[in-house]
Design a protein around this ligand. Structure first.
Ligand SMILES: NC(=O)c1ccc[n+]([C@@H]2O[C@H](COP(=O)([O-])OP(=O)(O)OC[C@H]3O[C@@H](n4cnc5c(N)ncnc54)[C@H](OP(=O)(O)O)[C@@H]3O)[C@@H](O)[C@H]2O)c1
Length: 239
């Protein structure tokens, strides 16, 4: 069935009516959250565990990850843990192998983020193109020409990495179209975490609350290839 846009009241409804009117998930629903020992990732693990899913908290540092798991366990929120450094292929391989031997199927994998609309909507967008685009940026940094070549002047490397992330979201969404797998990204805006030195217009819990609602849209309502941005009641897709 074709997905519909979520009801505008969906993001601002109270927590209890959100759960009672929309709950489709159960303890059998598995969510993996990467970079989850702190910040928005940690808050998302907490929210999804509160909502009753089986959550796998992953972190690149075992000690930091286990400390995060313990702090949730003390709140009565048991979650699973596995080490995962998303920039290390051998760590990804070990995680996939552990996951396959312990769980039947994956329902939710968290990712998120910002962009340049025209690149993202290019019908021909491919993994190779994203690699070339990032390669051009890295070369222009080495040459000292990035400014004159028109790369973003503010938050330059962050903006390029998020563009690549959003572009990859589009590639994956297209690859799995029609196979019951939705791939979207979400940017909650300026959030109080260690990345922003505690600055921001809202807490990580608030950002994670909206992220959880997006992830938990009913499968028949869950779109794919969208880039959501904002906080309730102003969550919208830029694509
Ligand atoms: N805060 C904001 O205003 C904001 C706004 C929009 C989007 N975002 C995005 O939201 C995401 C989380 O940000 P945050 O604000 O929650 O930052 P944060 O509190 O600094 O948390 C970042 C998390 O990512 C982990 N991490 C870093 N590199 C990793 C790797 N290679 N493999 C696995 N985990 C890794 C960190 O682990 P360690 O503790 O081991 O370093 C940490 O757990 C980022 O992608 C950020 O760009 C944030």
């Amino acid at each position: 069935m074709k997905s519909q846009e979520p009801d505008p009241n969906y993001f601002s409804s109270s927590s209890s009516s959100f759960v009672s009117s929309t709950k489709w998930w159960s303890k059998e629903t598995i969510a993996i959250v990467t970079g989850a020992n702190k910040g928005i990732g940690f808050a998302l693990v907490k929210r999804l565990a509160e909502l009753g899913l089986t959550v796998i908290l992953t972190a690149r540092d075992v000690e930091r990850g286990q400390r995060a798991v313990e702090s949730l366990s003390e709140k009565g929120l048991p979650v699973n843990f596995f080490q995962l450094d998303v920039s290390d292929p051998s760590s990804i391989e070990a995680f996939v192998s552990w996951f396959k031997s312990n769980f039947a199927a994956l329902d939710i994998l968290k990712v998120r983020n910002p962009s340049i609309k025209s690149i993202l909507e290019d019908e021909e967008l491919s993994e190779e193109q994203i690699g070339r685009f990032v390669g051009l940026f890295l070369q222009s940094v080495k040459d000292g020409t990035w400014k004159s070549q028109g790369w973003p002047e503010i938050w330059t490397d962050y903006a390029v990495s998020k563009l690549a992330l959003n572009a990859y979201t589009m590639v994956l969404a297209k690859r799995y179209e029609g196979e019951g797998i939705s791939v979207n990204s979400y940017c909650p805006g300026f959030t109080q975490t260690s990345m922003t030195q505690g600055q921001g217009s809202h807490t990580a819990d608030e950002a994670a609350g909206v992220g959880a609602r997006l992830l938990l849209l009913h499968p028949q309502q869950l779109p794919t290839a969208k880039f959501y941005i904002g906080l309730d009641p102003f969550v919208k897709s830029n694509l």
